[in-house]
Every structure is written in C-alpha cells, then in structure tokens.
Design a protein around this ligand. Structure first.
Ligand code: NGS
Length: 256
C-alpha cells in the first residue's frame, strides 16, 4: 500500500524524504556575466527565495537544499580581513538557525556544475578546487581558498578561522593547517565537478598584500587555540533582511 509507505518514509511534518542522490542535477552549467543584469531581475527569476535570502524546496528538486544566504561587509576603510569576516558570518548565521552545514564562500566565485553539492561531508570540504583562473586545476596541493564547507562541529573543533590576517594572502592556508591540527582532513569533489568561474576584478583597494603572512603561517601550530572563534570580537553595524540575502555590516576593528 503506497500511502502507507509514504507515511512511513516521511518526516514529522508529513514531508516525504527525497532520494539520497538527486536524479535532478544536470551537470555543467553555462555561466556568463551579462553586463546589464540587475538585482531585481535576479529576484524575479527566484520568486521562491524569501526575506533574508531563505529558500525551502517545495519538493525533491535539484540539490534539495534548504538554505539562507548571508553577505558580511567590513565597515570602514581599514585593511580587509576575510577570515575574521567568516567568523562573524558563522556566529551571526548560527544565532538565527541551527544550520547543519556552512559554506564559506568568496563573493566572486560562481559554481559551474550542479553536481558540486552544497552539502557537508564528514570532514571539512574544499569545494572550489578547479577555478578558471588556475586553468581548472588545483594551484597547489594544500590550497584551501575560495569556497569551503564545514559543519558547526568542524568549525568549533578547529576554533574557527584566524582573526589576525589583515590584507591579502595566507589566511586560507592557515585555515587549511587548522583543519589538520584539529585532527581532520580535507575532502574534495572531483576536478570535473568542483569547477568555478571567477568574476574578474583588480586587487581591491584596502586589500594590500599582508607582509606578515609567512611568519604568521609558520606559527599556526602555536596560535590556533588562542585565536579564533573563542576570541572574535566585533560590533554589528546593521542587519538587513533583503529579498535575496541577509546583509550584515560589521565593525571588526583594526590590527593592533
Ligand atoms: C597563495 C596564498 C593564498 C592564495 C593563493 C592563490 O600563495 O592565500 O596563493 O592566490 N598564500 C600565501 O600568500 C601564503 S591567487 O592566485 O588566487 O591570487 O589564496
């Protein structure tokens, strides 16, 4: 009796489970950057995405993900600090919902294959392994930049990300080292699936190369437990629930 079966295989709220592997992913996605694209057009194309950038699939479809999108902005004009902004994003997202997986995503990277699942593995996952700017190859074996996926447990086990990398470079390598210092390892999708196109841009103003990155990286083993999620300090300047994403502006201070 089919109706019995679907009852037995359903969540408490009556929603049936989806197949473990979605039959509805299509593979490669053609990505282009139309110059005249506006945010309201993107909004029109995604009518089921609601306030704050939340989406719940009405049925079993494509990657079958229930998600929220957060954009974290650094207030002021001081040197950029990517990893600290990720720590802010983690805390502010977890404050709102008990997420089981977080994607730490550069804003300029667009996935090119829908089999690159935005789900977490049993170990931290590096998702952006084949970027167009690196000829769709991993630039070096320990590379952990661009897009990574961690569960809250992974994140807390490695004490989150470092707060003290101001400027360009090294923070992603530090994060990769933290993964192994915390007794975990990095998983990756295949080169065929983990493909990304980067929106081309110049090195941003306020994001000069961090001259201390190599000496800091040499000390990660001594510093990771003392700096990270357990020490992050910041002040939220604004939180807006926009139609496509939650927009958070934060004062993360300066290097002292
Ligand atoms: C390494 C940097 C990483 C950076 C990667 C790719 O050298 O932070 O290059 O850079 N590590 C250090 O500087 C220690 S990229 O080609 O994307 O500009 O992510």
């Amino acid at each position: 009796n089919l109706s019995h079966l679907s009852k037995a295989l359903s969540h408490g709220d009556g929603m049936p489970y989806c197949p473990k592997t979605s039959p509805l992913t299509g593979g490669p996605i053609h990505i282009s950057f139309p110059s005249g694209l506006t945010i309201s057009e993107v909004q029109r194309k995604n009518p089921l995405v609601v306030r704050g950038g939340r989406y719940r699939p009405p049925g079993c479809e494509r990657q079958q993900l229930s998600y929220g999108i957060y954009v974290i902005h650094q207030a002021g004009n001081y040197t950029f600090n990517r990893a600290k902004l990720m720590n802010v994003g983690f805390r502010e997202a977890m404050r709102e919902e008990d997420w089981d997986c977080l994607f730490f995503h550069d804003v300029d990277l667009i996935p090119e294959d829908d089999r690159n699942l935005y789900t977490c593995d049993t170990n931290p996952k590096h998702a952006a392994i084949a970027m167009d700017k690196f000829g769709y190859k991993l630039p070096y074996k320990m590379y952990f930049g661009g897009v990574s996926a961690l569960t809250p447990l992974h994140y807390l086990k490695m004490n989150g990300f470092p707060n003290n990398y101001w400027g360009w470079g090294g923070e992603d390598d530090d994060i990769g080292v933290r993964v192994s210092l915390a007794g975990m390892y990095i998983t990756r999708p295949s080169l065929k699936v983990g493909r990304y196109k980067m929106i081309k841009h110049k090195l941003d103003k306020g994001n000069d190369v961090n001259p201390k990155r190599f000496s800091m990286l040499a000390k990660t083993r001594q510093t990771w437990k003392m700096d990270g999620m357990n020490t992050v300090e910041y002040e939220i300047i604004s939180r807006q629930y926009l139609p496509l994403y939650t927009n958070i502006t934060v004062n993360i201070g300066t290097e002292h």
